[in-house]
Design a protein around this ligand. Structure first.
Ligand code: FE2
Ligand code: FE2
Length: 264
């Protein structure tokens, strides 16, 4: 499927396009470091959230421990700068992940999420390869307001909380995909090709989250999807002082720098 066909349903799903002012900021060479570093951490967060969902809702105790063990070297590197990142891509999940009994949706949730985690961790490694290519050394940075801004609206009782988290997952994946496509034309070939290659798996991830949410709810969830769509669009189209991969409109870019102000 070509990129435009992949993007069409994503753009229809999202309530707003990425504002041009964010794109203008994202393509500044001095922002490449923060863009790639934040992207890297987002890949880990995507794996962590998917893992949290299946550990919380779907897998047995031994499987839960095996999943944590799999993720640990990635977290050690990211949060504690422990280990050599070049070894991360050799790590495999060596245990079959077993559903806990009594949940009809467990195996499907597990299968989709384990594949998603595997892909996100591979993306994590690929971003590190890109960072090395561009001479960017990894430093941990704070997360943007985006995911927190969505997740704070998740209901507190089950199964609604799970359904809401899956809908948030769908929006985060869809927005990542849309942003990769938006900035790719402005980047050099190597980075552009990388972002376009990520589109394919991220496009499927958003659909996986959405179909799991529908399946688990067993009822129409369109009102909830609309609700989170509005919050998401608000986070993307409102001003944000903190530039990151999922940030809003850069607020500082509207203000002339002091020397520019005095020159006019
Ligand atoms: Fe990813
Ligand atoms: Fe993803």
């Amino acid at each position: 499927m070509n990129v435009n066909n992949l993007l069409k349903p994503i753009e229809q799903f999202l309530n707003c396009a990425t504002p041009q002012r964010w794109i203008d900021e994202a393509i500044k060479p001095e922002n490449l470091s923060v863009l790639l570093t934040d992207h890297l951490i987002c890949e880990l967060k995507a794996a962590q959230s998917a893992m949290f969902l299946i550990r919380r809702y779907a897998v047995d105790t031994d499987s839960s421990a095996a999943l944590l063990e799999w993720l640990k070297p990635y977290e050690d590197f990211t949060y504690r700068k422990v280990g050599d990142w070049r070894n991360l891509d050799k790590l495999k999940l060596n245990k079959s992940i077993i559903a806990k009994s009594g949940k009809p949706y467990s195996q499907d949730l597990i299968d989709k999420m384990v594949m998603l985690i595997r892909e996100e961790l591979h993306h994590f490694y690929q971003v590190l390869e890109m960072m090395e290519e561009y001479g960017i050394e990894y430093e941990n940075i704070n997360s943007s307001r985006y995911a927190k801004g969505l997740l704070r609206h998740v209901k507190t009782h089950e199964p609604d909380a799970l359904i809401d988290k899956l809908i948030c997952g769908a929006y985060i994946e869809a927005r990542s995909c849309e942003r990769f496509a938006k900035i790719a034309p402005y980047l050099d070939n190597k980075l552009a090709d990388f972002y376009i290659s990520l589109l394919r798996s991220e496009a499927r991830h958003y659909q996986d989250y959405l179909s799991l949410a529908e399946q688990i709810a067993g009822k129409d969830i369109s009102q909830r999807v609309v609700y989170f769509g509005e919050i998401e669009a608000q986070l993307i189209s409102s001003e944000d002082h903190d530039f990151k991969f999922h940030s809003g409109v850069p607020s500082y870019s509207t203000l002339p720098l002091p020397e520019q102000a005095s020159a006019t």
